[in-house]
Design a protein around this ligand. Sequence first.
Ligand code: PMP
Length: 426
Amino acid sequence: MTDTNQQLFDRARAVIPGGVNSPVRAFRAVGGTPRFIARAQGPYMWDAAGQRYIDYIGSWGPMILGHGHPAVVEAVQRAVAEGFSFGAPTEREIELAEAILALMPSMEMVRLVSSGTEAAMSALRLARGATGRRHIVKFEGCYHGHADALLVKAGSGLATFGNPTSAGVPAEVVQHTLVLEYNNVAQLEEAFALHGHDIACVMIEAIAGNMNFVRATPEFARRCRELCTQHGALLVFDEVMTGFRVGLHGAQGVLGITPDLTVLGKVIGGGMPLAAFGGPRAIMEQLAPLGPVYQAGTLSGNPVATACGLATLKEIARPGFYETLSAKTRALAEGLRHAAADAGVPFSADCEGGMFGFFLLPQLPQNYGTVMTSDGARFNALFHGLLDRGVYIAPALYEAGFVSAAHAADDIGATIEAAREVFRTL
Ligand code: PMP
C-alpha cells in the first residue's frame, strides 16, 4: 500500500527521527501508517489522502471548542496582523493571566510559558527553590513532560528513589525523585515518614490522563494534601491536561482540593504553544526578576498564542458549557459500554467534563500496573477498526480521549455504531 500517507511517512522518516516530532504520533504501539493531517474543522480532521476522521484526540487536549472555532480564528487573525512576537510585555498577557486566575481560585499569580514540559519543569524548580528542599515525589503512570528529573520510573524500594526512563538522563539527576504507586495511601504515608523533612513537593495528575484515565481516589487526594501540609512540602497539581478540560475549575475543582502550585497547558492555549504555572503570591514572587528562582522564555506570553488562549477561555466560561460537554462525553462512554457489553467484550469507561478513558478490562483500574494488564493486541485491533471506519482515537492504550464542543450527537452516535461493529470482531 503506497497511499499518500505512506508516501509522506517515507519522506518524513528520511528527515525527521521516526518521521514525527513527538513519539506517540508514529503509531509505534498500534502499528500501521500514521495519518498525515491536511486540515481540520469542527470535530473532524482530514488526512492527506482526503479521508475524514471524527477526532477524539483534539491535539491531545487543547481543541476543546473543536477545530477552527470562528471566534478563535478571528482573534488569532487579528493578533497576527498586529505582530508575531515582541519580547516585551503586552496587555493581552495581563488579560490572560486575569482570566486564568478568575477561574482558578488556588492561584494568585501565574507565569506564562510555551509548553507543558516547561511549565512543569519550572514549577518543580520553584517548589525546590521556595522550600529549600531536594526531594520530589511523583507517581507511576503520571506524565509531567520530559524534564530530566521527571523522566523516572520507580526504584526497587522507598529508600532507593527512581531510575531514569530515558537514555541521556544520568542516575544522579533523578536521585532525588521518588516514584510511588498512584492511589497507594500506605506507600505515600511511608514515604513521608521516611523522607518528609526533605520533600519539596508532591506532583500529581489528580485525574491522570497519561495512563489512559485514572482518578485519584478522594482519600488519596486528601492524604496528598494533608501530608504535604503537615511536612511543609508543596502540593503541585499538574493540570496541563485536566485544566479547563474536566471542568471550569480543573481537577482541583472536581476533587475539592486546593493545591499549592498548579501547572496548566493545552486548553489555555487553544491549540497554540502556551502553558502556565501559578500559585500563591508569596511562592510566585520567588521567581526572577523578584526572587532567586530563575525562569525565562523568548516566546513566553506570545501575543498570538495569548490571543488564541483568551478567545478559547471566553467560550468555555459561557454558562452551561461544561454541562453540555459532559453530557456528550457521558453519552459516548455509556454508548461504548453498551456496545461492548452486547458483544461480550470486557470493557470499562470513565469520563469527566470533556475527557474520557476506556479499558478492555472489566473494571476501572486504580493504578498504572493494572492499566498495563490491558490486552494490547485487542486494543490495537479496536484502534485500527475504528480508524478504518473514520474514527480517530489515541494510538496507544495508555492515552485518554477528548470530546469537544463541536462534536454533535450524530458524531457520537456514528462513533458508537462503528465501535459496535468493531467489538463484534474482537
Ligand atoms: N503534563 C501533563 C499532565 C501532560 O499531559 C503533558 C502532555 N501530554 C505534559 C505535562 C507536557 O506538556 P507538553 O507536551 O506541552 O510539553
